[in-house]
Design a protein around this ligand. Structure first.
Ligand SMILES: N[C@@H](Cc1ccccc1)C(=O)O
Length: 530
């Protein structure tokens, strides 16, 4: 129906250019003019639809007209009650006689009663004995004329007072109406086909897009309000760690490669080749390519020797060395793999491989302080290095474990460092994170001795939670690199996820993966500090 009306409006506009005279619109499939409330709603809907596509413009006028009541309609047809009474009465001296009773019989009691009253008042009829007689030889039935005028024009020339009178007599009633002035719009066309809203694959393949009309963008429309972007909590906490490192004089290590060799991830760190952490259940190995480029040969030989036979005051593992194990490619299980590679580069001066007069890339990564730079001996320069990057472990995922996570790691290389330096350093470092209550527990790492697990008291959880792992790197690791005996390196590592979860009140580590966290975890949860 709506479509048909749209078509009707367009066709009329096409012929006339505009509809600005009053037209009676006969709805398709109907014979009566559209007068009902329903019809008005249908027409309005059709006009709105066309104008939203800018095919037409229209304005609406409210109209107030009058229609005849059934009684009014009968008067328009047969005359007023008084005129009918007058017609039924003979003129004077006509011979025949008519009594009021006769009129009542003829016209019914209602018409005869009201009609006689008015006809008497108008002096149209009078009484002669018991009989009624005409007093006027001719009359003008103004009520019937008024009814006919209202019927054809909806109003009366004589004005509102006369209309009010007829309404009171219940001969006419008011009717509200609407009419529309419709004009062609900028997109006028005689076709009601809806414009396309999407450019589809089908349209592209069939070529239909060439002839299709497309719905215009409505730039006035107010879009869905977007919430502002937010930094991922891991990024925020990473920034915090990074600032702490930088203000403590650390330099950031390059850690771009996720893929490492067994050599750098384990062997260089004096992790025995039979260590369970190297099993497939704990480490992801690459199948293609599966073998790394050969590591630096001299260093490699020294590492293999210390593992198999010992040296530097150590007995070694006394287990056969496997070249293939060392060359395996894997996803790094800790960023300590990068630390090892950086320390090996740092030791280049000690091995006499770097000409001191030349500036090399190490200068930018050494993080050396000016005080320490005066201590140059054996070519060694102290260094403070850090990294924050992704590591991978073949773990079963649960609320606190992921197969990949971010590791925050620092190493400090200097002469004469002791365990007290490490512990003191940890206190300063974590204090900057707002974590003051620390405990250290002896632990084991193949590459550090002594090793310490770091615990902090969590005031909300009301318990000690492990926040990191640390230790003094072993001579079996440092001396093959070429560091002199009195150079010590301490290091520590922690996950970025754990402090982030504590800070943002996130109980499931999986929430930290993906974009949901910005809505669920961060915006709704106030930051919790230790
Ligand atoms: N690699 C250790 C962290 C660590 C780094 C350096 C020294 C000691 C420990 C870990 O993954 O937990």
């Amino acid at each position: 129906m709506a479509e048909a009306i749209q078509q009707l409006v367009l066709d009329v506009l096409d012929k006339d250019g505009a509809i600005n005279d009053t037209r009676t619109l006969v709805l398709p499939g109907q014979t009566e003019p559209a007068s009902s409330q329903d019809a008005q709603i249908i027409i309005l809907g059709a006009l709105n639809s066309l104008s939203s596509r800018e095919m037409i413009t229209y304005t609406t006028q409210e109209t107030l007209t009058h229609v005849l009541t059934p009684e009014g309609a009968s008067i328009a047809l047969n005359g007023s009650h008084e005129a009918r009474v007058w017609s039924a009465v003979p003129a004077k001296g006509e011979g025949s006689t008519v009594t009021p009773k006769d009129v009542e019989k003829l016209l019914g009691s209602e018409i005869s009663k009201v009609g006689q009253g008015r006809a008497f008042k108008n002096k149209w009829i009078g009484k002669e004995g018991n009989n009624l007689v005409k007093l006027a030889s001719e009359i003008v039935d103004s009520t019937q004329l008024e009814m006919r005028e209202v019927d054809s024009t909806g109003t009366l020339k004589t004005g509102e007072k006369a209309l009010a009178d007829l309404r009171k007599r219940k001969l006419i009633s008011q009717r509200k109406g609407q009419w529309f002035t419709v004009q062609k719009g900028p997109n006028f066309s005689t076709s009601t086909a809806k414009p396309e809203t999407d450019l589809t694959v089908d349209m592209l393949t069939s070529g239909a897009w060439k002839t299709s009309t497309f719905k215009k963008y409505n730039f006035e429309a107010e879009g869905v309000p977007t919430s502002g972007g937010a930094l991922h909590p891991l990024l925020k906490v990473r920034d915090e760690f990074r600032s702490i490192f930088l203000e403590m004089g650390f330099a950031e290590m390059p850690t771009s490669s996720f893929v490492e060799s067994g050599f750098w991830c384990f062997d260089s760190l004096y992790v025995p080749q039979q260590h369970p952490a190297r099993e497939v259940q704990d480490t992801f190995y690459l199948s293609d390519p599966s073998t790394s480029l050969p590591p630096p040969q001299e260093y490699y030989k020294r590492v293999a020797r210390v593992h198999e036979h010992g040296g530097y005051g150590s007995t070694g593992y006394r287990a056969p060395w496997n070249d293939a194990e060392s060359r395996k490619l894997l996803l790094r299980t800790h960023t300590t793999a990068s630390s090892a590679a950086m320390l090996w580069k740092l030791a280049a001066r000690c091995r006499g491989e770097v000409d001191d007069s030349k500036e090399d890339e190490l200068a930018t990564h050494s993080g050396a302080t000016s005080k320490n730079q005066t201590q140059i001996k054996d070519g060694f320069r102290p260094a403070k290095l850090f990294s924050i990057d992704r590591v991978f472990r073949n773990e079963t995922m649960d609320a606190t474990h992921l197969a990949e996570f971010q590791q925050v790691e620092g190493v400090v290389a200097d002469r004469g460092l002791t365990l007290a330096d490490l512990i003191g350093f940890m206190r300063v470092f974590f204090k900057k994170m707002g974590i003051e209550n620390l405990r250290f527990k002896p632990a084991y790492n193949p590459y550090t001795e002594p090793s310490l697990e770091i615990f902090a008291f969590h005031p909300h959880l009301r318990k000690w939670v492990e926040i990191g792992n640390s230790g003094m790197f072993r001579p079996e690791m440092l001396e093959p690199m070429g560091f002199p005996k009195d150079v010590h390196v301490h290091g520590w590592g922690l996950s970025l996820e754990r402090p982030t979860m504590i800070r943002y009140g996130i109980s499931n580590i999986r929430t930290l993966v993906g974009h949901k966290v910005s809505i669920e975890g961060v915006e709704k949860t106030p930051a919790v500090r230790f």
